[in-house]
Write a protein that binds this ligand. Structure first.
Ligand code: NDP
Length: 291
């Protein structure tokens, strides 16, 4: 069977990993990057170096973009002919930018899918990795086998912004947790502990978080603010202890102060006896409208 031919536009670490995965899987691969020198290994392995972006886009059945953001796509593609081409933009950005990009591509005659990659470059082509995809379902279905070479695709619907929405929800979780890890390590180091000393306990905390999400999700959706197991007032006191531990250790407390402010506002608003699900309202989250 003929393999779908692939052009990769953008050869940062992610684009290079994607091109390598397609070469591993036997797809014909064309590559293009704004600046020279990033394709040497790929070309040595059989990738074709396009002399221009127009040649790159015309060369393959599918053009995969892996750029810093959506705006870079406009710069990279410029006035390249896109009529009848199929673009999959796997660059991260905000949902509205993804929607605007889909309109732009559609107005120029291209089929367009948006994607959010849930793994670092080392996860590309690996078991257990995933990519959110959204856009026209028939385009997704046609190119799904080729996209699954990169990671298992998880189709999030026709709205081109949705792949980025789901991606950004995960990134909210990722960045706050990752920063929390470094905050804990700053306190650990100030107290003579190494990252290795603390790692086993950090792993335990990370593992328990799934249980907290699973337990609170139905309560959030039901508007249930029961604080029988843990009151917001108790949580505010706990966050205060965290902040003071950091302050006593002489490390930055800015992130923790913002955290404490949120819990305190909840208590001051009269929710001290309620559960932590109240935080969503304090953060401005509205319940979805039924229907
Ligand atoms: P890099 O920032 O390392 O590479 C970005 C690419 O975009 C380069 O090829 C760069 O070209 C190109 N670029 C930037 N601006 C322009 C422009 N104005 N015109 C043309 N090309 C431009 O990013 P990564 O490879 O790490 O990531 C690519 C995408 O994948 C990003 O959207 C990122 O959020 C996403 N992603 C990355 C992950 C990671 O761990 N790396 C994980 C999950 C998603 P040049 O070489 O000329 O600078």
């Amino acid at each position: 069977m003929n393999q779908v031919s692939i052009t990769i536009v953008g050869l940062g670490p992610m684009g290079r990993a994607m091109a390598a995965a397609y070469l591993d899987a036997g797809h014909p691969v064309t590559v293009w990057n704004r600046s020279a020198g990033k394709d040497t290994d790929l070309v040595a392995r059989g990738a074709h170096r396009a002399a221009s972006i127009a040649e790159a886009v015309a060369a393959s059945d599918l053009t995969v973009l892996s750029l810093i953001d959506v705006d870079a796509m406009y710069t990279a593609l410029g006035d390249t002919a896109l009529d009848g081409r199929v673009l999959v933009n796997l660059s991260s950005d905000v949902p509205d930018k993804a929607r605007g990009a889909a309109r732009w591509a559609g107005s120029r005659g291209a089929a367009y899918l948006t994607g959010g990659v849930n793994v670092p470059p080392t996860g590309i082509g690996q078991e257990g990795s995933s990519i959110f995809i959204s856009g026209p379902q028939e385009v997704y279905e046609e190119y799904r086998p080729a996209l699954d070479v990169l990671a298992a695709t998880d189709y999030r619907g026709a709205d081109p912004g949705h792949a980025q929405l789901y991606y950004q929800l995960n990134m909210i979780m990722f960045w706050t947790a990752y920063t929390g890890w470094y905050q804990a390590l700053a306190v650990a180091r100030a107290n003579g502990l190494t990252a290795a000393d603390f790692l086993p306990y950090a792993g335990y905390t990370a593992d328990t978080m799934r249980g907290f999400y699973t337990h609170s999700a139905p309560a959030v959706d039901a508007g249930d603010h029961d604080g029988a197991a843990a009151r917001l007032a108790m949580c505010a006191a706990s966050v205060e202890h965290v902040l003071h531990t950091a302050a006593d250790s002489g490390v930055d407390t800015g992130i923790l102060a913002a955290h404490l402010d949120l819990y305190r506002r909840g208590v001051e608003a009269g929710y001290g006896a309620d559960g932590t699900t109240r935080l969503i309202e304090l953060l401005g989250g509205k319940a979805p409208v039924a229907g």
